[in-house]
Design a protein around this ligand. Structure first.
Ligand code: NOJ
Length: 796
């Protein structure tokens, strides 16, 4: 990715002589927004004063991190941490939590180490800390950045109370392939939505002020493009053009840095052949030079030593390459601590490189106020306060996506459930499983606090509720294999699970369904076994015997409501064709049951929208709405199977439609919304004006949205554009605005969406964000299928 000299020369020539406006474009792209605290003179003076006193070994100690608690990766260390801390050779620890454990090490650092430099404790605080909220993908489905901010706020407060000042969150990787299990930790497929969520996460954790006692420094991860893993296989290589890298994958990281992110985490993958953990182009050129990042980068778990497997050198060489590229801290890698000093002493690494890394780490420690307030307060650990549970319930309510809601005879629209349904059957392996509701990476979430759907429905229905588990999450064979490899290892609780007798339990479930007026099926996939890190899948169906259970219950002829509990888009094609109502509920967290019941009974009108396309078949993946155009576009409509060459030789599947089963942005409500024709504030705008506009709008798109139904509802109004003639081809649609709007029955509200450089720019072949004369098609509506249309012309 290093640019050849002639290209730099060409860029210069181009910028200086040919197109003056490009200078404006270039300046719009290179204005750094460093975190002012990290850049402060006073803080940096303290850093310099301390640095001067440090020996080489003490400096390197600040670049070393070990996990002294549970393991979140392979090959965990088992060292004498007390001794390392005493000698000043351990600057950071992960997976050590709680007042007692963190203060134990902190006292050693502050009282016994020569320079009294506090330890920075980091942890995977991903969707809440002790109060577990819905998983990040679900939060993205709320299209409500303030919900993510709230979750981050609660997470930071609880983490600080547990001695953790540094959270390994948010994960802002664009995820366009649900085979990749980590899609659960992402905001889905779209850079605009992903950037909005990224900003909110950072704001919630850091509050624009790291020194507050309840602020935590973020670690934005995984830099970079980790979500682009080929074939959706975790840790796999990423191979993509620089324009896609920048315009799609890097955007949310950029947004997070602009929001003041204090640290970043480098990713496991390589990018176009260069490992991300030793990648000067992404870490130094883009992150530091272009974006002005003043914080530090920590490697992912073991990623520095894994560079040996990437074949870029032996231990000392890869440590040097990672450090020189801009990875300041080695997470659980054992390399910086063991080989860097030798590399400096033998002249292979200049000590100034180490100094710069140490500066960056110390900056964050000073900004967090750790030197002045190093200890966790001696307060009892928080456990499930009613106030936080109420917030968790409200937030979870916003994340549920009603995918389908058809009328059934005698009941009308199947949802919300009314008193007409006298007896309700609840069936499925996820109906009463506390652990599964927490989702992946609920590190400190305690299952015992979880309200399951069974508990919540029993509160409402009493003995009108019938229940049968139906089957296990995994078939006997799967269970035998997976219990050996699940996160907890072979000795986890799962290892002792009896093998399921699904045939018998399905028969019992069918009998239960027959006795009821309506059946709620709670199906999905196991968060514990199949979601999150190292949980890629080659198939996207329900696991185990759940599909058989679904089909058997539907065969009773009773109306079925399917509640899908999963951390990734699953393949729901059969269900979509046979089940009248489907609610996508993700992994909803500690208040799972209440939140789902609130929606099922209409106390909460669903407002979530899909942050990732749901496929018809796994073979469509990676499937996303913002596709680039093809010279042979086709609808892929199977009812029009090719009869002639014009229909055959098209970009299509012969055995499946091209489109998503449920597209990006999709989600129904218990009311209906009507969109009027959107209006653009001006029909034309000159290129020069857009280029000069910075973050200011040059036009607005106005639209009236009306609630035409009988109940109040919230709609996520979405604005999409298409740049119809750029020098680099642009996606057929791109999200460039959204707003949640609540409307009483019959109420109309007017919304204005700004359009300016930020929304309209794209990367040209010179890798500059720019604007060219073109026409932008613009759509406003309730999903990526929006049809209400206007346009904006950009002229010379
Ligand atoms: C590996 C994961 O990739 C990363 O997301 C996490 O923060 C670290 N391990 C620490 O647990």
């Amino acid at each position: 990715m290093k640019r050849p000299a002639f290209r730099v020369f060409l860029n210069l020539l181009f910028a200086l002589t040919i197109v003056i406006p490009c200078c404006v474009a270039a300046s719009a792209q290179s204005a750094p927004a460093p975190n002012p605290q990290l850049a402060s003179k006073e803080l940096n003076a303290r850093v310099e004063a301390l640095l001067k006193q440090m020996t080489l070994d003490e400096k390197i100690g600040q670049l070393v991190q070990y996990s002294a608690g549970f393991a979140t990766g392979p090959g965990a260390s088992n060292l004498h941490y007390d001794e390392l801390v005493t000698k000043g050779q351990l600057g950071s620890m992960l997976n050590v939590t709680g007042v007692e454990a963190t203060n134990h090490y902190q006292h050693i650092a502050m009282e016994k180490s020569r320079l009294h430099i506090p330890i920075l404790f980091g942890l995977d605080v991903i969707h809440g800390h002790r109060t577990t909220f819905p998983v990040p993908l679900a939060l993205a489905a709320s299209w409500d950045p303030s919900a993510a901010e709230t979750v981050a706020r609660v997470g930071a407060t609880e983490a600080r109370a547990d001695g953790i000042a540094w959270v390994f969150s948010p994960m802002v990787d664009i995820a366009r392939d649900p085979r990749w299990g980590r899609i659960i930790e992402s905001s889905g497929e779209d850079p605009y939505l992903g950037s909005a969520m990224a900003r909110a996460w950072v704001k919630g954790y850091q509050q624009d002020d790291l020194s507050k006692p309840d602020s935590a420094a973020v670690s934005v991860k995984h830099f970079a493009a980790y979500g682009g893993a080929i074939a959706g296989r975790d840790y796999n290589a990423v191979d993509m053009g620089e324009i896609t890298l920048r315009q799609v994958y890097l955007e949310p990281y950029r947004a997070a840095v602009e929001a003041g992110a204090a640290t970043m985490m480098s990713s496991f993958n390589s990018i176009n052949g260069v490992p991300a953990t030793a990648n000067p182009f992404t870490l130094n050129q883009i992150l530091r030079k272009e974006w002005g990042f003043d914080g530090f980068v920590v490697s992912d778990w073991g990623a520095v030593s894994e560079l040996i497997n990437h074949s870029i050198g032996d231990g000392p060489t890869v440590a040097r390459k990672a450090l020189e590229a801009g990875v300041e801290m080695d997470m659980e890698g054992n390399l910086y601590g063991t080989v860097l000093a030798g590399q400096v002493r033998s002249g292979k690494i200049h000590e100034s490189v180490v100094d710069e890394a140490v500066r960056r780490v110390l900056r964050v420690k000073f900004a967090l106020g750790l030197f002045d307030h190093p200890y966790a307060p001696e307060s009892p650990a928080y456990d499930a306060t009613p106030e936080r549970r109420a917030v968790a319930r409200k937030v979870a309510g916003e994340t549920l996506v009603l995918l389908k809601n058809d009328p059934v005879e005698g009941l009308g629209d199947l949802l919300p459930l009314t008193a007409k349904a006298k007896k309700v059957a609840l069936i499925g392996p996820l109906a009463d499983n506390q652990r599964e509701m927490l989702g992946a990476w609920a590190v400190k979430g305690d299952p015992k606090y979880v309200v399951t759907l069974k508990t919540a429905l029993a509160e409402r229905l009493g003995n009108r509720l019938l229940y049968a588990p139906g089957c296990e999450m995994l078939s006997g064979e799967d269970a035998n294999v997976l219990k050996q490899v699940s996160f907890g290892g072979a000795d986890s609780a799962h290892a002792s699970l009896p093998l399921p007798d699904d045939a018998k339990t399905i028969v019992e479930a069918v009998e239960t369904a027959r006795k009821a007026d309506v059946t709620i099926l709670a199906l999905g996939e196991s968060a514990d076994w199949m979601e999150g890190e190292a949980s890629s899948r080659a198939t996207l169906g329900f696991t185990g015997a759940q599909e058989q259970l679904l089909e058997a219950v539907v065969a009773t002829g009773k109306p079925v409501i399917l509640v899908v509990l999963a951390g990734r888009p699953l393949e729901l094609k059969w269900a979509a064709n046979h089940v009248p109502a489907i609610l996508e509920a993700w992994s909803p967290g500690v208040e799972a049951g209440h939140a789902v019941a609130d929606v099922l009974f209409g106390d909460v009108n669903p407002s979530g929208k899909l942050p990732a396309s749901l496929p018809r078949a796994v073979g469509q993946e990676p499937l996303y709405y913002a596709q680039l155009p093809t010279g042979r576009p086709a609808h892929g409509d199977l009812s029009r199977l090719p009869r002639n060459a014009g229909e055959k030789f098209m970009s299509r599947y012969m055995d499946e439609e091209n489109s998503a089963l449920f597209p990006f942005g999709w989600g129904l409500s218990y009311t209906r919304f009507r969109y009027d024709q959107p209006a653009i504030s001006r029909a034309e705008v000159p290129v020069s004006e857009v280029l000069a506009s910075g973050h200011k709008p040059v036009a607005t798109v106005g639209v009236d949205v009306k609630n035409t139904g009988k109940v109040a509802g919230t709609e996520v109004v979405q604005l999409y554009i298409r740049n119809t003639s750029a020098s680099v081809e642009q996606p057929v649609r791109e999200l460039k605005g959204f707003a949640r709007v609540s409307l009483a029955p019959g109420e109309t509200k007017h919304l204005d969406f700004p359009l300016g450089f930020d929304e309209l720019n794209f990367y040209n072949v010179e890798i500059q964000r720019t604007i060219e004369p073109t026409t932008y098609k613009i759509w406003v509506g309730g999903s990526s299928l929006a049809t209400a249309e206007t346009s904006l012309k950009v002229v010379e």
